[in-house]
Design a protein around this ligand. Sequence first.
Ligand code: PMP
Length: 385
Amino acid sequence: MRDFRSERVCRIPPSGIRKFFDIAQEMEDVISLGVGEPDYDTPWNVREAAIRSIEQGQTAYTSNSGLIELRNEIKKYLGESFGVSYNPKNEIIITTGASEALDIAIRAVVNPGDEVLVADPSYIAYCSNVILSEGVPVPVPCHEKDEFRLTPDSLMEHITPKSKVLLCNFPNNPSGGVMSKDDYKAISDIVVDHDLLLISDEIYSELTYEGEKVCAASVDSLFERTITINGFSKAYSMTGWRVGYVCAPEQLCSAMLKIHQYVMLSAPTTAQHAAVEALRNGADACREMVQEYKIRRNLFVKGLNRAGLKTHLPKGAFYAFPNVSDYNISDEEFAERLLKEHHVAVVPGNVFGPSGKGHIRCSYAVSREDLMTSVERIEEFLSYL
Ligand code: PMP
C-alpha cells in the first residue's frame, strides 16, 4: 500500500507541547504550568445565555458570517476599545475560535513560495499553518533586550522580494511581550513600503497589564492592509466554546468567507449566543480575572528572580518566559528534568521558534498556591544545576 499522506502534512511537526503533557499525565503530584488556557470557568451569565439559547431551540446554523447581533457587538467593542471601525455586514466573520481565523486568513492570502514573516518566538500553530499553504515561514527575532517587541531593524533584516505577509501576535504567546501603538507606528512605514499584509492575532489584547491595550489596525496606514484576529477564549475564559472572529477590509474578508463557508459553514450557534452575552455583560468578569492574573504575574516573576532564574516582567498574556541559558543545558533538557525530578511541567522555549531557545514558558493561569510551590521546586532544581 502506498503512503496516502500528503507531502504538506508530512512536512509539519507534531505539537512540541504534547510530549510534556503526555509525560506529566503519567506522574503524580505534578504542577502544570504548561497549559495555555485560563483556569477559570466561563462567567455564569455567559453560560446562562447559552442555556437559554438551547432552551429556545436556537440549534440551527447561523448565517455563514455569524449572528448579526454578535457582529454588531464586535463592531461596538472594537470601536470603543481601540477606535477601529469594521462594517459588521461584510468586514467581520465569526469563526470557530481564533484558530480557524488564523487558518482562513493564511489560506486566503498565501500562494506557494510566498514568504510569511513571523514575529518570533511565536504561537506553535503559525509556521505549520503557513507550511500547509505551501508558504515559507521566515522567523523575525524579537529579542529579550527589547522586551520581546518587534523592532523595525529586525523586520528590515528579514524582508526579501518574496515577503508578502507579516504575522504577529501581541500580547505574545509565549514571551508576554506587548506592542504599544508607537511600536506599531514604528514598523508601519516598512509594512507599507514593502507592500506587506499584516495578520495580527490579538487574542490576548484584554490581558494587557502595563500601558494601553492596542489593536494594530488602529494605526491609520495599517488599517487597509491588516487582518485582525481576536476571540473569547482568553478574555472570557471560553476555550472550550470554540468561538472567535476575524475582521478585514471587504475584499479580504470575502476571500476568507469563501473558505469559511466551505469548511465550517458557521461557528457553533450556542457559542455565538454566549459570546453576545460576554461582550454585552462580561466586562466586569474579564476585569476581575485580569486583576488576578496581574497579581499572580507579580508574585511569580518576583519569586523566580529571587530564586535566581532571570525572568523579564511580561506586560501581557499569562506567560512568564524565564531565561535558562546560564545553566549549560538546553531548554529542552531543563524542562524535562524539571518535570521528571521536581514535578513541575513547563514548555521548552525552542518549540516556539529559534528566538525561544534558552527559555522556558510557564503559564501563570494557575492558583497562587501552585505558583509559589512551583517556585520552591524550581529553586531546589537550580541548586542541583
Ligand atoms: N492564538 C494564540 C496566540 C493562542 O495562544 C491561542 C490559544 N492558545 C490561539 C490563537 C487559539 O485560540 P482559540 O481558542 O480562540 O482558537
